[in-house]
Design a protein around this ligand. Structure first.
Ligand code: COA
Length: 312
């Protein structure tokens, strides 16, 4: 990920060989968090199979650069990058308008914008907790509300990108677990409320996906020994981390005709990992919560530095 304009792992496949070309011809996808590794991989697969796309990210220049990279996957495709913070409802409404002006409609919505970092509850200020709730949960709500008039016209499909942290509870993820639980509840409700309008709402919950920003943030090198990192057989029933293309495959399925009767589900794409143990912190559990661990450095971000020296 040295070049932020190319977030997807170059060695990864786009998707499996299960899908026919052009299945998404003339479809339009609208994706928040679309400049991130996983969501750009989802969009790139859909564009490759015929769709046009609008991707939204907070860093406008980077998002436009990622859009240009995605467009290369299919000559003639239209992929637009918009600078937009999902916490700003009015900005989303304007971006939906601009998308419809440029691409004509919205068929598929991916709510993927998310924020995450590792923190104990002591290290988490009220504003830090609220920031993640605002980006993940309120941002998903804002996005759906802004897109809904368009989705009603197309009998569209919605996918929320969630997580598995809240299934078992995950140390250092109080903020994200709460936000993702809320997203799941939102999707389940929409499946019921919007189903009669022909709109489906489903969740994809990726596990640990290799070469992603999430892996860098949530599985820092000081928490997972190198041998485990290379060979995660003790963590994952399938003995490996997931790939972006495997999340893309699930996305293709849910948006394709094959997924037309699937509504209100959570598709967990994690190799069965959460059923084993969901907590990356288990490597150091409970050591990092005991006296003497006050200076443990979870990661090298602003907040983590702030945590150093604070009480765990
Ligand atoms: N530990 C504890 N608190 C942290 C933190 C950390 N690692 N990182 C940020 N925070 C706190 C900040 O200190 C601040 O709280 P304060 O005002 O009480 O000091 C609060 O969170 C908001 O931080 P700020 O940097 O102002 O928010 P932002 O909106 O610019 O950034 C984040 C949002 C914090 C989620 C940031 O990590 C981000 O931009 N992430 C986007 C990418 C991402 O996380 N993707 C998910 C991949 S899994």
């Amino acid at each position: 990920m040295s070049n932020p304009a190319v977030p997807f792992p170059p060695e990864d496949e786009l998707y499996s060989n299960a899908w026919a070309k052009d299945i998404f011809k003339d479809k339009v996808v609208f994706c928040t968090g679309g400049a991130g590794t996983i969501c750009s991989g989802q969009v790139r697969a859909l564009v490759s199979l015929g769709a046009n796309a609008a991707i939204l990210g907070r860093r406008e220049a980077n998002t436009k650069a990622v859009a240009a990279e995605i467009a290369k996957v299919r000559p003639g495709s239209k992929v637009i990058g918009f600078g937009c913070d999902v916490r700003d409802y009015n900005a989303l409404v304007s971006t939906v308008e601009a998308t419809v002006k440029e691409l004509g409609k919205i068929d598929f919505l991916i709510c993927g914008a998310a924020g995450n970092f590792l923190s104990t509850i002591e290290g988490l200020s009220s504003n830090a907790f609220k920031t993640v709730i605002d980006i993940d949960l309120l941002g998903s709500y804002n996005t759906v509300k802004a897109c809904l008039p368009e989705l009603r016209k197309t009998k569209g499909r919605i996918i929320f990108v969630s997580a598995t942290f809240h299934y078992t509870g995950t140390a250092l993820q109080a903020h994200v677990g709460a936000a993702k639980a809320g997203i799941d509840a939102l999707s389940h409700t929409l499946a019921l409320e919007l189903g009669p309008a022909g709109i489906t709402s489903n969740i994809i919950a990726p596990g640990a996906i290799a070469n992603t920003e999430g892996m860098e943030r949530l599985a820092p090198k000081n928490m997972i020994p190198d041998d485990m990192r290379k060979n995660p057989a003790k963590l994952n029933p399938l003995g490996r981390w997931g790939t972006v293309s495997e999340v893309a495959d699930s996305t293709i399925f849910l948006f394709s005709d094959a997924g037309r009767y699937v509504n209100g589900i959570t598709l967990v794409v994690d190799g069965g990992s959460w059923r084993n143990s969901n907590s990356i912190a288990n490597f150091l559990y409970p050591t990092i919560f005991q006296p003497g661990a006050e200076n443990f450095d979870f990661m090298t971000t602003k907040g983590a530095k702030k945590q150093n020296g604070s009480k765990l």
